[in-house]
Every structure is written in structure tokens, then in C-alpha cells.
Design a protein around this ligand. Structure first.
Ligand code: PLP
Length: 430
């Protein structure tokens, strides 16, 4: 694998960009080595500046569910951009995407579009506080909800369970209202609710994807539903990642979570910056201009981004790829397990719809502490050998791999081969 041009750009990028990246997940820190620079992508493939071509399981961390450059999406974006980039006034596309999203998420009567998942979630928290008149929120260790101050606690970092900021620059005051509970552990939630009268909401990823993929137990979800009702707190389902992964709509519905507020991002923009939060009318009435909770955005509901989102969701609905996602993920799970067994390596594979990932551990992964038992050195070896064999997966064990509708049998063959080589490499380097 040649990386000469990427290395050169990396050095150049260091001068005026922080670490030569605009998001730390792109920095390859946790696998050792420097980031690659991308030239272009088409369907299931992505090509770097050194002309290495990979099967892409990063997919921009989720948005490119139709693969790169889907004809209809590109056409819609081109058409919209010819009409103007941004107006500071309403457009028809916003109404159209709002209807599509509300139809797909029955608990949402109304939606507000923003520009990122981070923005969606921080607005949703404000909304929950405005609606309940209470201040505290419960968050689960290992769940990531964007980089706003009050949510940078136990966000997949090592600072689990204590309400200590997970980042420098976050004041202790900003996280004092964030209570941490353990995923799949209902007692840890109940304890907070019994000790505090001031809790506005419980926020969770209905399917966790930011500590690697972790599925909730039925008991956990039912427990949350009951506790929320009993203590009159809202449930915020952060579906920025899980939305549209295993059905057209939300994971909350499939797992029976009685969510009050939904947060969206990633897929609904089809690769353009879009986030959204929504709820039933009673709650959304709080939001300005109808109500007294202020939240605004110069580029929110941007016409080009709306066009991209509409075209993406329309195509996704038409293709209904969810059976394909399941079957494909099942195949990849099989490759991983067979290759691991062959080489005597202990792994866990967790998956949900178009999300899947591998943990190098012999422990079943059900929460953040068990995810943390995974061996990151082994993953680093695995990662680079996957790259070497033309498969691009996220450069961290604690990120989901994403599937797109454009994956071909040939791509899967290549993936299978790469997985076997990579597991072999892990074994020989041990
Ligand atoms: C990606 C993600 C976010 C943050 O979205 P950005 O668009 O990166 O700000 C929030 N919550 C979840 C569950 C996510 O996966």
C-alpha cells in the first residue's frame, strides 16, 4: 500500500489544520500511523490520493447509506444548487423532508432541522428541560451524543461513570446536571431517579454505536419505559446513527422504546450537513417561534441539504434494502468468526441492520466496561492489514462499520479475503 502522497498532504495539512484533520476520528491515532487523504469515491468504493482503492465501510461514518454519488442524489443536489445556495427564508424542500421524516417516525408530529447531530442533541436537551421545567439528564457511559459541553462526559472516553468532563475546556458546572448510568443496567438508572427530583430526561442511543455496536436488552428498554413514566421524565432517543439502519425509520420503534424526543442526523442528509430533532406537538410547541425555547440557525434547512436528504430517503424507501443489510452483515459476521476461529483469536461481533463491528475480546460486549476489555493493539494490526488488502474500516475498534446498498458480491469476496489475511496477521504478530 503506497501512502507517499497522503504522507505529503498530511505534512502540509499540519501547518494550518489541527492534526491535519477537521474531526479527530479521522486522525488514525488509535491504530497508529497517519491519516490517508481521499481523492474520490464511487458507489461502494473509495480511492485515496495514492490511488489505493478500498471497499468503503466507513461511508463518512454512516451518511452514505446508498453508497457514494448515487445518481438521483447527485442530480437533486445539482438541480438545487442551480437555484441558489441559501436564502434565509423558507423553501418547499423543508416541508417535504419534514413530512418524510415525521411519517417515518410516528412519535414526531413536528421536526426542526439543524446542521449536525451535535446541534440536534443539544437542542433536544434544551427542549426536554423547557418542557419539564427540570434540569438534570441521565446519560449512559459509552454513548456519544456530539461534542456539546454537557454531554462530553463518559462519551466513550476513559472517564466513565463519574460526572467529570471528558474534555479540557468543559467547566465542571456544565456537567453537574449530567448523571451517568450504565447501559443495559436498569438499576443504575433507577438509583439516579430515586435520588433526584430534578431529572428532565434520559438520553440514549437506542442501539449504541459509539462504543462499538452494543444492543440493548428487552428488559433494559422495558425498564426505561416504566421508570420514565413513573418519574415523569422524557426519553430522548438519539437516533443520529441508528436511524434508518434496520428499517425505514427509527430503531426505537423496533425495540419498543417509548421515546418522546428523537434526534437525527447522518443518513437524513445523505452526506450533506443535516441534523434534526422532533417530538409530538405538545412538546414541539415549546420551540421558538411557537414557544419560549430559543433555537435558531442561519443555514438550517438549507435547500441543497434538503434536496440531498429528500433524494436519499426517497431512494432508500424505494430500495428497502433492510433484508439485504441483514444478510450481508450476517455474512461478514461469518467471515470474522471463521477467520478468528481458524487463527485461535477470541472476538465478539455485534451488529444491527447496516451497523456491525468486531471486538478483540473473549467477553460478551453489553456495555462500556465490557467494550473496554477489547485489545486495541490487535485491532491496530487488523486495521492496517484490512487497508493493505483494500478494505477501509473505521480506524477505531469502537466505531461501527457501515454497509451501503451498493456492496457487491465481488466487494464481499474481497472483504472476506482481507478479513482472513488480517486475522492471520494478528495471530503472527501476537
Ligand atoms: C454522530 C453522532 C452524533 C453527532 O453528530 P455530528 O453530526 O457528528 O455532530 C450524535 N449522536 C450520535 C448517536 C452519533 O452517532
Amino acid at each position: 500500500m503506497k501512502t507517499k502522497k497522503s504522507q505529503k498532504l498530511y505534512k502540509k495539512g499540519l501547518k494550518h489544520l489541527v492534526g491535519a484533520v477537521n474531526s479527530p476520528v479521522r486522525a488514525f491515532n488509535s491504530v497508529g500511523g497517519n491519516p490517508i487523504f481521499i481523492k474520490k469515491a464511487h458507489k461502494s468504493h473509495i480511492t485515496d490520493v495514492d490511488n489505493n482503492k478500498y471497499v468503503d465501510f466507513v461511508l463518512s461514518y454512516g451518511p452514505m447509506i446508498l453508497g457514494h454519488g448515487h445518481k438521483k442524489v447527485v442530480k437533486a443536489v445539482k438541480k438545487a444548487s442551480n437555484k441558489g445556495f441559501s436564502f434565509g427564508a423558507s423553501t418547499k424542500g423543508e416541508i417535504k423532508l419534514a413530512k418524510m421524516v415525521c411519517d417515518a417516525f410516528p412519535v414526531m408530529d413536528k421536526v426542526r432541522f439543524v446542521n449536525s447531530g451535535t446541534e440536534a442533541v443539544l437542542s433536544a436537551l434544551r427542549l426536554a428541560r423547557a418542557f419539564t421545567g427540570k434540569n438534570k439528564i441521565i446519560k449512559f457511559s459509552g454513548c456519544y451524543h456530539g461534542h456539546s459541553d454537557s454531554l462530553l462526559v463518559a462519551a466513550g472516553s476513559g472517564l466513565a461513570t463519574l460526572s467529570i468532563p471528558g474534555s479540557k475546556g468543559v467547566p465542571n458546572d456544565a456537567v453537574k446536571n449530567t448523571l451517568i448510568a450504565e447501559y443495559n443496567n436498569i438499576e443504575s438508572v433507577e438509583k439516579h431517579l430515586e435520588e433526584n427530583q430534578d431529572i428532565a430526561a434520559i438520553i440514549l442511543e437506542p442501539i449504541a454505536g459509539n462504543m462499538g455496536v452494543v444492543l440493548p436488552t428487552e428488559e433494559f428498554i422495558q425498564g426505561l419505559n416504566e421508570l420514565a413514566k413513573k418519574h415523569q421524565v422524557l426519553i430522548i432517543a438519539d437516533e443520529v446513527m441508528s436511524g434508518f439502519r434496520s428499517k425505514f425509520g427509527g430503531a426505537y420503534e423496533k425495540i419498543g422504546l417509548q421515546a418522546d424526543i428523537i434526534c437525527l442526523g447522518k443518513v437524513i442528509g445523505g452526506g450533506m450537513p443535516v441534523g434534526a430533532y422532533g417530538a409530538r406537538n405538545e412538546i414541539m410547541q415549546m420551540v421558538s417561534p411557537l414557544g419560549k425555547m430559543y433555537q435558531a440557525g442561519t443555514l438550517s434547512g438549507n435547500p441543497i441539504a434538503m434536496a440531498s436528504g429528500i433524494a436519499t430517503l426517497k431512494e432508500l424507501k424505494k430500495q428497502n434494502p433492510y433484508l439485504f443489510f441483514n444478510k450481508t452483515a450476517e455474512k461478514i459476521e461469518g467471515f470474522l468468526k471463521d477467520a478468528a476461529t481458524k487463527n485461535g483469536i477470541a472476538i465478539q461481533v455485534n451488529r444491527y441492520g447496516s451497523m456491525i463491528n468486531v471486538f478483540f475480546t473473549d467477553k460478551t460486549v453489553t456495555d462500556f466496561p465490557s467494550a473496554q476489555t477489547a485489545n486495541t493493539t490487535d485491532f491496530g494490526i487488523f486495521f492496517w492489514e484490512m487497508m493493505e488488502n483494500g478494505v477501509f474500516i473505521p480506524p477505531s475498534q469502537f466505531e461501527a462499520w457501515f454497509l451501503s446498498t451498493t456492496l457487491s458480491d465481488k466487494d464481499l469476496k474481497k472483504t472476506e479475503k482481507a478479513i482472513f489475511k488480517a486475522m492471520e496477521k494478528v495471530k503472527t504478530k501476537k
